[in-house]
Write a protein that binds this ligand. Structure first.
Ligand SMILES: Cc1ncc(COP(=O)(O)O)c(C=O)c1O
Length: 371
């Protein structure tokens, strides 16, 4: 049996006819970029997050970029974030000309270590950008307290955390701005690229609306230098079909995570820890083992696909060496990058598949050399 890391076709087969109808509706209406489908999705998704406004864009990276610009982040400013994330978090900060300033992660939650944030704040700090990595929210309350104290904007990178909750509140609407990706493999994925910014602040929403569409105040009247970051109508219509299923899909992921926790108890590895404040949505189920490479090879030989999210923390990526960070600067991020292994996780994963993964891990354990 081959077990994929993510199986997108299993989900498609369940919603195929609704997706087909939605695509036909768009093709027949003749409005292919933004338009009614996208506006309706913006309202539905913002309301799902408990936020007043949603502005849909063409990727999660664009969402982050425009959220930062709306917060007036630019050259000479600093933005506090984590190095253990997908590179887009940091790239978006750099697009604005601002400098990313890293703080390490907390090794239990894999999210920003809030105790380290104050030491990273300077007179140039404009914003903090926590990442709800793997579907687990960062510890938002103490972070918001720090941000209010220093007058900083809080931008949530919720690209991996659609529907995750922090103390009973859905992420995205907790900070000043929340950014999501709809890349196909995400908990809520388009059939192509997509993203959205949600916010309770109408000025931010208006600024982002203008920036995503060439900075236009009216047709061919360009009030600010903008971008072509618009969402396609087909993606908006598809996301409207999928959104009502998100809660059930997340519930399935949580059940699978609990089953993995049980099946893997007693093995020489660490399973993910859901923080007491969190409703984790397990975009990624990452175990930790110092024998990661050996285990990955053993699973591959049995047809089980795994992933590594992410093998190199951003402060050590070649593209960002000019920031001047070195190995040893963020020990928890570096250790996590050396040990995490993502197991197959998607809503349609079956018990049999999970048992097969657990069995393959169990039989591989005696041969694992910890290095
Ligand atoms: C944490 C994080 N931030 C940002 C992004 C960027 O989203 P996109 O790929 O839609 O541009 C991703 C996507 O993979 C992500 O995982």
């Amino acid at each position: 049996m081959t077990i994929p890391l993510v199986d997108l076709t299993a989900q498609y087969s369940q919603i195929k006819s609704d997706v087909g109808d939605a695509i036909s509706r768009v093709l027949e209406a003749g409005q292919y970029v933004l338009g009614e489908e996208v506006s309706a999705f913006e309202e539905e998704f913002a309301s799902y997050c408990g936020a007043r406004h949603g502005v849909a864009v063409n990727s999660g990276t664009s969402a982050l970029h425009l959220a930062l610009l709306a917060a007036a982040v630019g050259p000479g400013d600093e933005v506090v974030t984590v190095p253990f994330t997908f590179v887009a978090t940091v790239a978006a900060i750099r697009y604005t000309g601002a400098r990313p300033v890293f703080v390490d992660i907390d090794p239990e939650s894999f999210t920003m270590n809030i105790d380290r944030v104050e030491a990273a704040i300077t007179s140039r700090t404009k914003a903090v950008l926590p990442v709800h990595l793997y579907g687990q929210p960062a510890d938002m309350d103490p972070l918001l307290d720090i941000a209010r104290h220093y007058g900083l904007t809080v931008i949530e990178d919720a690209a991996q955390a659609h529907g995750a909750e922090y103390r009973g509140r859905r992420v995205g609407g907790i900070g000043d701005l929340g950014c999501f990706s709809f890349y196909p493999g995400k908990n809520l994925g388009a059939y192509g690229e997509g993203g959205i910014v949600v916010t309770n602040n109408s000025e931010y929403a208006a600024a982002i609306r203008m920036l995503r569409n060439w900075g236009q105040a009216g047709k061919y009247h360009h009030a600010v230098k903008g971008y072509n970051y618009r969402m396609d109508a087909i993606q908006g219509a598809i996301l409207r079909v999928k959104l009502p299923h998100l809660q059930a899909w997340n519930d399935s992921r949580r059940l699978h995570a609990a089953r993995y926790d049980e099946l893997l108890a007693g093995e020489r590895l660490l399973t993910p820890h859901q923080m007491s404040y969190a409703r984790h949505v397990y975009h990624i189920y990452a175990i930790r083992t110092p024998a990661r490479e050996t285990l990955q090879r053993a699973l591959q030989s049995r047809g089980i696909q795994t992933g590594i999210h992410y093998p190199i923390p951003v402060h050590l990526q070649q593209a960002h060496t000019d920031l001047g960070y070195r190995r040893g600067d963020f020990r928890c991020s570096e250790e996590a990058a050396g040990e995490v292994l993502s197991l197959p996780m998607f809503a349609e994963l079956t018990c049999d598949q999970q048992q097969c993964v657990a069995e393959a891990i169990r039989v591989s354990q005696p041969s694992l050399t910890i290095h």
